[in-house]
Design a binder for this molecule. Structure first.
Ligand SMILES: [Zn+2]
Length: 289
């Protein structure tokens, strides 16, 4: 072979190599097959729920974070002060970090996975779950689905405006003039309305699971499991964000006894959705089509 031709072969191989590694990187970063197992569990769960439940027409994002354990330890270790510590709660448990002030963040994230329990919330179209939630539920993906259903309900049936209207009506009824007293009352009414929303989200989660064919009692059993593992109070107090176990489980039982899924399923129209994953942003997106 002539020198010129050898050079050409090398050039082609070189370009081919670059393109292959670029494709592999792309595949690794966006592939649903290569995403962490916890994201695969979310996808399976939501696929099941969405097959028998309308989840709205907006995109819903799922985010797995390191959890509140990080906030507590980061504060103790002097890495952050108060509100700044959110940063640590949201750190991706799937990335490698450099030491900060000689503290090994990877070790801290690993500890959080083991010592943080069930933790989930919904905010601005995002369902947030700690990686430790998946460890705590273990094989009980049916229980995990109750939590996912609960957070989905907060996203889909966002009741912020209704709550604000109710709050102002309740405050008007009280006819208080003193600004300090109004603020104090407002805090407790807000908490009370928040607890109502939590029970509605519980009902919606149970509804989603029953529609999808799970045993009716699943979410009540999950509530008992959650209460035991997270040491939730049995009774409700007026400064609680969530109702105590007795109030919450009684309300849920009442709903499940009344709920007739046949009506919903008769009128339910199957629909399509798309999934996309981004490793860098640590986000899995559900997009109805
Ligand atoms: Zn909630």
């Amino acid at each position: 072979m002539k020198r010129k031709n050898i050079f050409k072969v090398f050039l082609v191989l070189f370009i081919f190599g670059i393109l292959t590694s670029f494709r592999d990187k792309l595949f690794q970063n966006y592939s649903l097959y290569l995403m962490p197992k916890e994201y695969k569990i979310i996808k399976n769960s939501v696929d099941k729920l969405a097959s028998k439940n309308y989840l709205g027409d907006r995109e819903i994002s799922f985010f797995i974070g390191s959890g509140s354990y990080m906030d507590i330890r980061a504060k103790e270790l002097g890495l952050c002060k108060d509100e700044q510590c959110w940063y640590y709660i949201n750190l991706s448990p799937y990335k490698n970090y450099k030491n900060v002030q000689d503290i090994n963040l990877n070790e801290l994230i690993k500890q959080s996975y083991f010592f943080n329990g069930i933790e989930a919330y919904a905010w601005n179209g995002i369902v947030w779950l700690s990686k430790s939630t998946f460890r705590t539920y273990g094989e009980r993906t049916d229980f995990l689905n109750c939590t996912i259903g609960h957070e989905l309900s907060h996203v889909i049936f966002n009741d912020h405006i209704e709550k604000e209207i109710k709050l102002s009506e309740k405050l008007d009824e009280l006819k208080i003039k003193d600004l300090k007293k109004i603020e104090e009352k407002e805090k407790f009414i807000n908490l009370e309305l928040g607890r109502e929303s939590e029970m509605i989200a519980d009902n919606n989660a149970a509804k989603m699971l029953i529609n999808a064919g799970y045993p009716r009692e699943t979410c009540i059993d999950e509530l008992t499991f959650l209460t035991e593992s997270s040491k939730i109070s049995a009774v409700t107090k007026n400064d609680f964000t969530h109702p105590g176990y007795l109030e919450r489980s009684n309300s849920l039982k009442k709903f499940i006894d009344r709920y007739d899924e046949s009506e919903y399923l008769k009128s339910f129209k199957p629909y399509r959705w798309k999934w996309s994953y981004d490793r860098q942003s640590n986000i899995l997106k559900f997009t109805p089509q």
